[in-house]
Design a protein around this ligand. Sequence first.
Ligand code: HEM
Length: 260
Amino acid sequence: MHVSSKFTVGCDASVLLKASTTNPSPENNPIFNLRGFELIDAAKAAVEAICPRVVSCADILAFAARDAIHLLTPGGCIYDVPSGRCDGTVSSFQEALVNLPPPTFNLTQLKRMFESKNLSFDELITLSGAHSIGQVHCSSFTSRLYPYNPTHLDSGFAHALQRECPKNAAVDCLVPQDHVTPDALDVQYYTNVLNNQVLFFSDYSLSTDPVAKATMQLYSTDFRNVRWRPKFIAAMQKLGQFKVLTGTQGQIRKTCAAVN
Ligand code: HEM
């Protein structure tokens, strides 16, 4: 699941709350194309069966991100994630709309949004490397294909995407975020940006800044991952601490999809 779980209000699992009669319009709106909820539900059920009402859904999400990073990193990658987060009880679609960067954002807008979350420009570039894994719905970027702008998008890549995502593509049609090493969390994303072979305008816009470009050139040749990976992990740890609820500020949900 993507960064939205942390960006909207904080690391409180508000993104997992489903629509209910008391809250018909939570963060979890189809417009954001989020997926993988069933995995978090399965992890929560397994933990609850052994140790009821101790581990929050917010902690489970943070651990799942840590484990996904380990499993998708060639050679593995283990890092510490503190526990003790509580689950929030508020989840609002409107809040998510205002707080999540859309894929149409330009560099100025991205910078501003990250700064509002106390994340630097360097952290924006570093965290964007996560777009080297996962799958994307065609609908998240088809506006860039019909017509495509050859200054923003490599023409060979654009034609390949047009075949995978025709104008009338099914709403659930998915393509890999990184077409070169789709299942590896690596520095390939940065080569893709520099080659104009990325899906979103927001990804492309990083290459329009000379400082970002120089950083991405360094990252893209960092095959032993001594530059990018430590910075990525540090930024993920920082994200995992974003507006955490503790003690009586939240609750430990029984199931992740609903407040107690
Ligand atoms: C810089 C601003 C960002 C924008 C505009 C953005 C936008 C998006 C969009 C639109 C999707 C595709 C949703 C879909 O169609 O299914 C996506 C997917 C994804 N994003 Fe981001 N994102 C950003 C930053 C991040 C960050 C900081 C991370 C993690 C640290 C991240 C991790 C991911 C992952 C892993 C996916 C694939 C999800 C899946 O496989 O279902 N993104 N992003």
